[in-house]
Design a protein around this ligand. Structure first.
Ligand SMILES: [Zn+2]
Length: 330
């Protein structure tokens, strides 16, 4: 690796508090490996002696990263951490990394590695502040710069994930998430008003047409109105899917999944509401025309199967959009 020709000042990790240090190490881990899972335990991890726990994507090996931002890491401190890790529910990891912010003497390093091996931990790496800095510069230079410039790293692991990837998920930022939700509700209301207006206009046109032909109140008129209702619902479903997938595209994995799931629920709810409303129109009409419950039930059943088909196709579109999103990210 050729280094840029400029003065690189050493990072003073000792100026950062324990949490900031852990955030930085977590961001480094995210950037430097591919993981099936990678979790930062923050506050809750301290008692169990593991700050970051991951599972490698390629082979499922478990990795425990213990952060020790000590000016001078002692073997005793590291051994105490290792004892805690072994006592925790997950037990020994395949790989243990002790990430120190300060110096680690050669003697301490050997003692720590020897102790880990004796406890059945196959691989143990001890990074001094210099080693850590080297890694961060290699994998995550831009993060280090932001970190040293005093930029506040997010608190939440998911937010650190998108932050460290340079992709800002709108839902990871609480203020933006709130704005997104407000816009979503407004848009939904606006769309549904427009759809309702369009449907009423169409319904009135159908009624006028039948009245002109002297056929008002006939089953044919009802059938056309119900079709128009279904078309309006279909348009609404398309709008839901478009808005949901557009939002999901810009989100982190977790929020993408939750947005898609919510969209799916909205689709199902819309279809249920559409059926309820059509069914009551149908029953009403049948009652007024003295057509009996049997005719009403079979007309409702037929409408139910049409709406179920619409729901199925819409959910398939959503699934295809999701597959497309996945493949374009990998
Ligand atoms: Zn997110």
């Amino acid at each position: 690796m050729s280094r840029p020709n400029r003065v690189v000042r050493p990072v003073h990790f000792e100026d950062f508090d324990g949490k900031d240090f852990e955030r930085l190490v977590f961001a480094l881990a995210l950037r430097s490996g591919r993981w099936r899972s990678l979790e930062w335990y923050g506050e809750v991890g301290a008692d169990l002696g593991r700050d970051i726990w991951g599972e490698k994507e390629e082979n499922g090996e478990t990795v425990c990263i213990q952060c020790a931002n000590w000016k001078r890491l002692t073997a005793e401190k590291a051994k105490a951490d290792i004892r805690k890790i072994l006592k925790a529910p997950r037990g020994a990891p395949d790989i243990l990394v002790i990430a120190a912010g300060g110096t680690v003497s050669a003697t301490a390093r050997d003692a720590i590695k020897g102790y880990a091996a004796a406890q059945g931990i196959e691989q143990c790496h001890v990074w001094s502040g210099v080693d850590l800095e080297e890694r961060i510069r290699f994998y995550a230079e831009s993060l280090l710069r932001r970190f040293c410039d005093g930029e506040q790293f997010p608190d939440d692991p998911k937010a650190i994930e998108s932050f460290s990837r340079g992709v800002a998920c709108p839902l990871c930022d609480p203020a933006r998430a709130e704005a997104v939700e407000r816009v979503r509700v407004l848009e939904r209301g606006k769309r549904s008003d427009l759809a309702t207006k369009a449907f009423y206009a169409k319904r009135d046109a159908i009624r006028r047409d039948f009245a002109n032909r002297g056929l008002s109140g006939s089953g044919g008129q009802l059938a056309q109105i119900i079709d128009a209702k279904r078309e309006a619902t279909q348009k609404g479903l398309e709008g839901l899917v478009a808005a949901g997938t557009e939002l999901a595209e810009g989100c982190c994995d977790e929020h993408r999944n939750s947005v898609l799931q919510r969209t799916e629920e909205d689709v199902r709810a819309s279809c249920r509401a559409a059926l309820d409303s059509s069914a009551s129109w149908i029953r009403d009409h049948m009652r007024r025309a003295h057509l009996g419950d049997g005719a009403a039930s079979s007309a409702v059943a037929s409408e139910r199967s049409k709406i179920a088909g619409m729901e199925r196709f819409t959910l398939r579109d959503l699934e295809l959009a999701e597959l497309h999103m996945r493949s374009s990210r990998e």
